[in-house]
Design a protein around this ligand. Structure first.
Ligand code: LLP
Length: 420
């Protein structure tokens, strides 16, 4: 559920009229409903209310500091994958004891920064990373709290580009080497084993792959304990899908929680989760304006002022996003359109043969469910400025990332001295 609704045929984000907002801030822009962010976090937290749980929101999904602040105020921690995300989380006021650090390629500088920040857990993904972390921590006279991310060799995820739990994926420690690597870690002075970590993919709309992976991990925990490891925590990653409107009905967090409680009941561990999309996805929309309607040889195109640089998901994963007219006119006939952006790439397309009420130049379209992996994946390709992010709360709104001017976009560039 989200807080985008029509009032007298005009689309509102909470109490804010998106037509007026578009006039005030210019298009295209991202808009997030604070109420939805809070609601989704609470739904997730409530599902695990009777369990010792840390919900570490996956910052990569939507990383604006204001978004992080909203979630931190609800008690969320953060799952970060870079020094940049860690810096954001700290600025937003997320307590270091609620921050976990994931990712296959943490640099020594990043490990060092996170050690200094005294974070809760490093999710280590390889032997060389373990060795580096041990070394760096020892130099500092510290012990890094770790979990090893285990690759359970289970296929999951709506699209092969977002599946991470198969043995051929780059993620995690191979299942067959897990016990040996824990034994290595146990002998290290710079790391302290705290738990086990697993994350199998994203936009998963079925409990079966989760259950298969988590059952394997439960067996591993018992094996590790038999080997003499102390395992107090189990990080189950993120990955729960959301309804994008294309017919899929992902499991409710309650059902997800019930399955997990069953699988982990006898383990006596703290559970850590890293949900991203489930929290932010339906909290956000991208609002764009129709620049032209163009008749091609065989198709009619809506050319928007937003492009694939503003929302990569359709181009990268063939992702489906609902398109809602910001002003509804029920008298308008429907037409089939290819909805595209202005970028010089054929993949710059938000929808193919989509039936919409007839559109005209100047009309506004909301690309729905764009709150996760939308703004956080933007680029300046074609030298287009990063688009603003707007946070709505009730009837108020705030620009939480501004649109840079053309000069600001080029700020970091310099002309080589021999070209001056
Ligand atoms: N934890 C780890 C270690 C992850 O790699 C991810 C996402 C998450 C948690 C959060 O997963 P979520 O709950 O959001 O599914 N850009 C793609 C999705 C990439 C997911 C990357 N990892 C998309 O737009 O669909």
């Amino acid at each position: 559920m989200h807080h985008f609704t029509y009032r007298n045929d005009r689309l509102f984000a909470e109490e804010v009229d998106l037509t007026a907002l578009a006039d005030a801030v210019g298009t295209p822009f991202y808009v997030y409903c604070e109420a939805t962010l809070r609601r989704h976090l609470r739904i997730f937290a409530d599902a695990f209310a009777d369990t010792d749980t840390l919900i570490a929101y996956s910052v990569k999904a939507s990383s604006n500091i204001s978004v992080l602040k909203v979630l931190a105020s609800e008690g969320a921690g953060a799952d970060v994958v870079s020094a940049g995300e860690l810096h954001r989380a700290l600025i937003a006021g997320v307590a270091p004891r609620k921050i976990v650090f994931s990712g296959v390629g943490k640099t020594r500088d990043e490990l060092s920064f996170a050690l200094d920040a005294n974070i809760y857990q490093f999710n280590v993904e390889s032997e060389p990373e373990l060795i580096a972390l041990d070394e760096i921590a020892q130099t500092k006279g510290l012990r890094a709290p770790i979990a090893l991310r285990i690759n359970p060799d289970v296929a999951a995820g709506a699209h092969e580009n977002i599946s991470t739990g198969k043995s051929e994926d780059k993620f995690g420690v191979p299942w067959s080497r897990a016990r040996a690597l824990y034994a290595t870690a146990r002998a290290m002075k710079g790391v302290e084993i705290k738990g086990v970590d697993v994350h199998i993919g994203s936009q998963i709309d079925d409990l079966a792959p989760f259950e298969a992976a988590f059952k394997k991990i439960a067996v591993l925990i018992n094996d590790l304990r038999a080997d003499g490891c102390t395992i107090e925590r189990l990080d189950l990653g993120g990955g729960l899908g959301i309804p994008y409107g294309e017919g899929a009905t992902p499991p409710h967090p309650q059902a997800y929680a019930q399955m997990i409680k069953q699988v982990t009941a006898s383990l006596g561990v703290q559970l850590i989760f890293e949900p991203g999309r489930m929290i932010a996805g339906n909290a956000g929309a991208l609002v764009a304006r129709v620049i032209y309607i163009k008749d091609g040889a065989s198709r009619r195109f809506i050319i928007l002022d937003a492009g694939m640089n503003d929302l990569m998901r359709p181009a990268l994963y063939d992702a489906y996003h609902e398109l809602w007219p910001v002003v509804k006119d029920n008298n308008k006939a429907s037409e089939d359109y290819d909805v595209v952006g202005p970028i010089c790439e054929s993949t710059d397309r938000f929808a193919k043969a989509r039936t919409l009420p007839r559109q005209n130049t100047g009309d506004l379209i909301a690309i729905m469910s764009a709150g996760a992996y939308g703004a956080s994946q933007t680029s300046q390709y074609n030298t287009r400025p990063l688009i603003p992010e707007i946070l709505v709360s009730g009837g108020r709104y705030a620009i939480i990332r501004k649109r840079p001017t053309l000069d600001e976009m080029m700020d970091g560039e310099a002309i080589a001295d021999w070209l001056r």
